[in-house]
Write a protein that binds this ligand. Structure first.
Ligand SMILES: [Zn+2]
Length: 573
């Protein structure tokens, strides 16, 4: 009897459990996306399903034939994915703009980006609370996640006397500022250790500050001390070639430091915009990948992120002539429009300085991928545009160093180097090796841009996420489309610690993209960067259309500042 009733109970439990599945939520929905291939963000292969959205949440995923909805989108032949989470974004300037056209973030939502993580590279405001209030008051076109910026914190405590280690008392003050930021709703700490004043911090300082984010389950994102054989600011004539201290780091030293931070604190740590810069440093991705994999085997939670381009942000403003040779004081804020020719003449008049200058030019050319990979984008003699420095130097019968001097003397006198150059300092093998790692997310390192911002904008501002899918999944087959979508959705959600975004599942927030894989592609290049990506047909931010049909921006400002409390709430059914 007892056994029988238990069986009956068990049977009815099975029956009851089956009810919600067979009686799936059938609407009515606010939005119903029918007939698409769902790539749910987990990395699993696509499956056929309809997606029903109500009240800003994904209410149902499955066969929803016959369900009614306020708005139905026919997604036959298309794929439906979660909205993309950009884990390294310089979008906060645009989001805080008085100009609502920027707050719409047109170049981001048209890539399918629905959430940006801002204040990267250690830069951003000291008050996370004020920033949050500003964004909420202004209204923003996509969701924002805020980070505490290390460089700002360091500057606030050390003031102008920052070219040194912090004292224990100063570290205590910095700890308090980090804690304040986390209390105000930040998700973690960002650092920019190749920049002022982060250059002079040591790893103990970083460990101390990361300890402050651990009780909040925060993550640490680090702009490298060096992405190459030496840091970006290092030049042979000015810096000690035998210095083996932290200031002459290469990328591998830097990764080891990051792993140490993870190991000592237990925090999730991220090497942001992973890249191996410099013609003499290409191929180093394999050493970085091994170091990270070994650390992960020991239980250190290390991640990376990457933008899929062979050229960096600073590659877009390369000057082959170093600052010192133009009379610019190191680490100073630039002064406008001096006559750099005059300063260069003085440098050349001193034989030992002239010799140092030529060494530095050669170093910079190699660091930036070699003279073949340095391309002129603006110069008074228009015939130079589109040509490489190697080609132009050869045409004039000059060495690269002499031609660099010629460009300063004959080019724009108020521009460092005399020309606008873009270097292609990163090679494809390293990009592909990093893109293939399961712990590497996609991050644009871009910001918000409008066409009036001019031609010097990096193409990644407009094309990062579609490019990863088009070039690295569909064309080159380095990764699958599902892997690329995962790197843009559930992986960054896991790193950040979001529990209700990044997957297309019932109860998750309705950040959704509908795209046509036959057509999806980045259109922006370095001559015409202001071109929206193609093939992204619909983008929903919190269940509201940001893109309603390709090319149709709704300009709604329905993004929110995601706080840890909201972003980590369990999914609601
Ligand atoms: Zn950076």
């Amino acid at each position: 009897m007892k056994i029988q009733s238990l069986c009956a109970l068990a049977l009815s439990a099975v029956f009851l459990a089956a009810v919600p599945i067979s009686a799936q939520d059938r609407g009515p929905f606010d939005i119903l996306i029918t007939g698409g291939h769902v790539i749910d963000g987990s990395g699993n292969p696509w499956f056929s399903a309809d997606v029903g959205i109500r009240g800003g949440r994904i209410a149902a995923v499955g066969d929803l034939a016959g369900a009614s909805a306020t708005r139905t989108i026919d997604a036959r032949g298309k794929v439906v994915t979660p909205g993309f989470i950009d884990i390294h974004s310089h979008g906060s300037e645009g989001l805080e703009s008085e100009d609502a056209r920027r707050r719409v973030a047109p170049n981001l939502v048209t890539q399918g980006i629905t959430t940006v993580v801002v204040n990267p590279d250690g830069g951003g405001p000291i008050s996370i609370g004020d920033q949050k209030a500003t964004l909420e008051e202004l209204g923003i076109g996509l969701n924002a996640i805020l980070m505490v910026p290390h460089n700002t914190v360091r500057r606030a405590v050390l003031g102008e006397d920052y070219m040194r280690k912090a004292t224990p008392a100063e570290i205590q003050q910095m700890r308090a500022l980090v804690r304040q930021g986390m209390e105000a709703g930040a998700f973690g700490l960002s650092a920019g250790l190749e920049y002022v004043p982060g250059i002079w911090s040591d790893n103990d300082e970083i460990v101390a500050l990361v300890e402050e984010i651990v009780p909040y389950d925060g993550f640490y994102s680090q702009h490298q001390r060096s992405g190459a054989g030496v840091p970006i600011w290092w030049v042979p004539s000015q810096d000690d070639p035998d210095d083996t201290g932290a200031r002459k780091y290469n990328l591998i030293d830097n990764i080891n430091d990051l792993i140490e931070v993870g190991e000592r604190t237990g925090a999730r740590v991220v090497q942001t915009h992973l890249k191996a810069k410099g013609a003499n440093f290409w191929g180093s991705s394999s050493a970085v990948i091994s170091a990270v994999n070994r650390a992960r085997e020991r239980g250190v939670e290390v991640y990376g992120d990457q933008y899929p381009y062979p050229t960096s942000g600073s590659d877009g403003s390369v000057s082959l002539i170093p600052e010192w040779a133009l009379g610019i004081e190191r680490w100073s804020d630039r002064q406008d429009a001096p006559d750099y020719r005059e300063a260069l003449r003085r440098t050349l008049a001193d034989p030992s300085m002239a010799e140092g200058l030529r060494r530095d030019i050669q170093h910079t050319a190699t660091y930036r991928g070699g003279a073949d990979n340095l391309v002129v984008f603006d110069y008074p003699d228009r015939s130079y545009i589109g040509k490489s420095v190697a080609e132009l130097a050869e045409g004039r019968g000059q060495s690269v160093a002499d031609f660099a001097i010629t460009m300063q003397m004959e080019g724009f006198s108020d521009r460092e180097g005399g020309a606008r150059l873009r270097a292609f300092s990163i090679n494809e093998e390293d990009i592909e090796a990093f893109a293939s790692q399961p712990w590497v997310a996609t991050g644009s390192d871009g910001g918000i841009s409008l066409p009036e911002d001019g031609p010097a904008i990096h193409a990644r501002y407009y094309g990062t996420f579609p490019r990863k899918i088009r070039r690295y999944a569909l064309e080159r087959g380095v990764i699958s489309v599902e892997f690329a979508v995962r790197a843009a959705t559930s992986l960054p959600a896991q790193i950040i610690g979001l529990r209700n975004r990044g997957l297309l599942r019932e109860g998750f927030v309705a950040d959704v993209v509908v795209m046509d894989l036959d057509r999806v592609r980045d259109m922006a290049d370095f001559t015409n960067p202001h071109q929206y990506a193609q093939g992204i047909e619909y983008v929903l931010v919190n269940g509201n259309f940001a893109v309603d049909g390709e090319g149709n921006l709704t300009r709604l400002l329905r993004g929110v500042v995601i706080t840890p409390a909201a972003g980590r709430a369990p999914v609601s059914q």
